[in-house]
Design a protein around this ligand. Structure first.
Ligand SMILES: Cc1cc2nc3c(=O)[nH]c(=O)nc-3n(C[C@H](O)[C@H](O)[C@H](O)COP(=O)(O)OP(=O)(O)OC[C@H]3O[C@@H](n4cnc5c(N)ncnc54)[C@H](O)[C@@H]3O)c2cc1C
Length: 428
């Protein structure tokens, strides 16, 4: 049996970014990526809304996202790999209370040269046909919906194609001599003594032990270092060896609506926000339902990230719920955007967020030759390049990772034991 230098479990955007960055630094290492699916990025990565923003109050969030997006822009513009990245912007609609709460945060960010623009509610009503005053609407009152008070437009934000990012990392990793085995399911993490004595059933608790690879449905894969980048499935594998990662899976759903009615088409192709000539990625006041424009397809993707009482539950094939749209998203959306009246989704899908329950930021840490990278909590596409670089730096044993644009990032800030994360105040 051949031993690899590194076995990466998971060919999602984070596993492939990590494998690519390690291989870039060490072309001679024998690196294998395995995934239970038959192609790259078929887990949560394929289910993503694939949107990004670079305006966050937490320094960690900002660094991870901004540097990753800068790298994707470099790939698209300088390496001529089309990632279908388009800076359509984010438009965040706020009620008065939320605006008052966020205003000091936004001013602080503006003083640090982070760019955003404020829109008055009436201006947005004109531009978008948005209903900003709901005072006379009994149903809206019953649902607790609030008037739109302001809109915050974030220009360094937009949409990208997660599949194109994954294909970029996959092809570069293979070009550098990396190996990928698809359709291989990891069943267990292998643990062995650091100094084997050849006694049956070792390691015993008095022996120092380490992770020495994985047992898969296609046999055992030995590795000097094992990297677990299995997204929402990370805790399932880690629990069996008693390592806590604070990651929990939770279902998220997306409903696709075609713009075959003139008013809805007009809304999708609203001019004046961006060079793409479409509405930005738009977030309603609470409940923060979002509409993700898909201008090339003439489609909106609609979604909402619900919390209590949505279960933390690992599902192999999560399904979208008809009522989640019909009694939920639709009822709220149509109050603000009447253009969606009578619109039913022509398709829908669901995936899993891999939520870090500590603080909603990713985790990258190592224990006993097992390195874990994940828990991006619903923003793994926009942060994957940086997470891959942090994981590669951890593999090297470096204190700081160099993110794209030569930005230094302290590796232990994403660890569990020496974690150093500020609260994110611009939660969407
Ligand atoms: C509905 C939805 C909308 C989202 N919207 C956005 C967004 O707009 N912007 C954004 O940045 N992020 C978004 N996300 C989050 C983003 O998709 C994830 O953070 C990201 O894809 C996580 O990547 P990953 O590589 O960690 O996980 P995954 O893509 O899930 O990859 C993990 C891989 O591990 C493999 N695996 C698991 N267990 C095993 C095993 N036992 N053996 C072998 N292989 C295994 C899986 O098959 C999978 O391919 C969204 C997610 C969802 C569900």
């Amino acid at each position: 049996m051949s031993e690899y230098d590194i076995v990466v479990v998971g060919a999602g955007v984070i596993g492939l970014s990590t494998a690519y960055h390690i291989k870039c630094r060490h072309p001679n290492l024998k690196v294998l990526v395995v995934d239970k699916f038959n192609a790259a990025g078929q887990g949560s990565t394929a289910k993503s809304a694939s949107a990004f923003r670079c305006l966050f109050s937490s320094y960690v969030n900002y660094m991870l996202s901004d540097s990753s997006v800068d790298f994707y822009i470099y790939v698209q513009e300088k390496m001529n790999v089309d990632l279908k990245l388009s800076k359509v912007g984010y438009l965040w609609l706020l009620c008065e209370d939320d605006y008052k709460e966020l205003n000091p945060v936004l001013r602080d960010l503006a003083s640090k040269n982070l760019n955003y623009k404020e829109y008055e509610a009436d201006e947005l009503a004109d531009k978008l046909g948005l209903v900003v005053h709901l005072a006379d609407d009994e149903e809206a009152e019953l649902m607790g919906l609030k008037d739109v008070y302001k809109g915050i437009f974030i220009p360094k934000a937009g949409i990208v194609d997660a599949d194109c990012i994954v294909k970029f990392y996959e092809s570069e990793f293979l070009r550098l001599g990396g190996e990928i085995h698809y359709g291989v399911k990891v069943e267990n993490i292998l643990v062995e003594p650091c100094k084997p004595l050849g006694i049956p059933d070792e390691p015993f608790f008095w022996q120092e032990s380490r992770v020495s690879g994985v047992k898969t449905d296609a046999g055992v894969l030995k590795a000097k270092k094992t990297i677990l980048a299995a997204g929402a499935w990370i805790p399932q594998l880690l629990d069996t060896v008693g390592i806590e990662c604070f990651i929990k899976p939770r279902k998220r759903q997306i409903f696709a609506v075609q713009t075959n009615k003139p008013l809805l088409k007009k809304l999708l192709f609203t001019k004046g926000f961006n060079s793409a000539g479409c509405i930005p990625f738009t977030i309603l006041p609470k409940p923060r339902i979002y509409a993700r424009p898909f201008p090339t397809e003439g489609v909106f993707w609609l979604s909402y990230a619900d919390d209590f009482p949505r279960a933390f539950k690992l599902e192999e094939n999560p399904q979208p719920e008809k009522n989640f749209y019909e009694c939920g998203i639709y009822q709220v959306l149509v109050k603000y955007f009447p253009q969606f009246k009578d619109c039913r989704p022509y398709s829908a899908f669901a995936g899993l967020y891999e939520i870090n329950t500590l603080d909603g930021h990713p985790v990258v840490f190592e224990e006993n030759d097992l390195l874990v990278a994940g828990g991006a909590s619903g923003s793994g596409i926009m942060k994957a390049d940086a997470i891959g670089r942090v994981a590669a730096a951890l593999y090297e044993g470096e204190k700081y990772a160099l993110l794209y644009g030569d930005r230094k990032f302290k590796v232990s800030d994403l660890s569990i034991k020496e974690r150093n994360i500020e609260l994110e105040k611009l939660q969407i």
